[in-house]
Design a protein around this ligand. Structure first.
Ligand code: GH3
Ligand code: MG
Ligand code: MG
Ligand code: MG
Length: 316
């Protein structure tokens, strides 16, 4: 809780009341100091501002708070000895949440501070719920990875960004091999556990500026940024090897897993802006080839690995 009040006696009285009610209080004597404190990230969420102060008055501080609104909401209680209606309206229009006219009853102050605290708590709960909703809207429930909509949005953004700054970009489509057999043999919950572990391994095998999403049931889309075309195959191969290196530990014992990978690289030479969906389509058809050629392998879309003349690269 912040108090800005230029009258030293009244400031001390306010401070001791609020401290008695268990609020932690920073008491300042002018509006400028208050404004400086309120700009800091960890500033108090509630401010009791005297209206008339030298330098910046309470109304000025209030206006600044509202026009620079960033971070958590700040609750402002304005103290005024002005009683006319217009002044009260001016105070509220400047962004104050509530006001008290001096001299005021100590119980009224206590009740109004409590009301402010309730509003801040509601506001905090709303922000938390909003943040959680935003996370849920962009993430897959089972694996915690980006969901299909989010990874496609990220891919679209990254294709445009990397073309603009002349960086290469690669897209990997990875699909679990014979995953249906795992479900059929051990049941869906064990299948889910395997999917979660594979998601975890894929995430662990990329750098933290790459993106891993769940594209569909047992299909993952990985967007590799700043990865030279010549490194893409090695990266994909590393992922493939990492996923299959150890069987997945489950409640029914260790289950071996392998993935097939289709890979496509953005053509930096192309004049047209590449579309995310085209890259995905190319990676998907390379994945189809990987399945047809025996699974647990990496295949590249034709012309992906420019400037190498090889059209298709097969690794095992
Ligand atoms: P392939 O090597 O050709 O990819 O064979 P596959 O068995 O992996 O492919 P198929 O497309 O035949 O089967 C995919 C299976 O993935 C079928 C579906 O039930 C399962 N699946 C999709 N989503 C989930 C999920 O969220 N949890 C579980 N446990 N299984 C899922
Ligand atoms: Mg004053
Ligand atoms: Mg599969
Ligand atoms: Mg599949």
């Amino acid at each position: 809780m912040l108090i800005a009040e230029d009258d030293p006696i009244f400031r001390r009285v306010l401070q001791s009341w609020l401290q008695k009610w268990n609020y932690s209080v920073t008491a300042l004597e002018n509006g400028l100091d208050a404004w400086q404190l309120l700009q800091q990230d960890d500033c108090p969420p509630m401010a009791i501002l005297d209206w008339v102060m030298p330098g910046l008055d309470g109304i000025d501080v209030c206006r600044r708070i509202r026009s620079h609104q960033q971070g958590a909401y700040k609750y402002v209680l304005l103290l005024t000895s002005k009683e006319s209606k217009e002044d009260v309206v001016a105070g509220l229009e400047a962004g104050a949440d509530d006001y008290l006219t001096k001299p005021f009853d100590v119980n009224e102050l206590r009740a109004r501070v409590r009301a402010g605290k309730r509003i801040l708590e509601l506001q905090g709960a709303l922000v938390k719920a909003h943040t959680e909703l935003q996370f849920e809207a962009a993430h897959d429930h089972l694996t915690g990875l980006w969901n299909r909509g989010a990874i496609m949005d990220l891919l679209q953004r990254e294709t445009q960004r990397t073309v603009r700054i002349g960086e290469p970009l690669g897209v990997i489509m990875a699909d679990l091999d014979h995953f249906k057999r795992i479900n059929d043999s051990y049941g869906h919950p064990i299948g889910d556990a395997v999917l979660r572990e594979v998601a975890h391994r894929l995430l662990a095998s990329v750098r933290n500026y790459d993106y891993v999403g769940r594209y569909g049931g047992e299909e993952f889309l990985i967007v590799l940024t700043a990865c030279a075309p010549s490194d893409l195959v090695a990266t994909a191969e590393r992922m493939r090897a990492f996923v299959s290196e150890k069987p997945v530990d489950t409640d029914v014992g260790p289950i071996p897993v392998t993935i097939s990978i289709g890979l496509a690289a953005q053509h930096l030479s192309g004049l047209e802006l590449p579309k995310g969906e085209e890259l995905v389509r190319a990676a998907d058809s390379a994945l189809y080839t990987a399945k047809a050629n025996g699974r647990n392998r990496v295949e590249c879309a034709p012309e992906s690995i420019a400037p190498s003349p090889a059209r298709t690269s097969v690794l095992q």
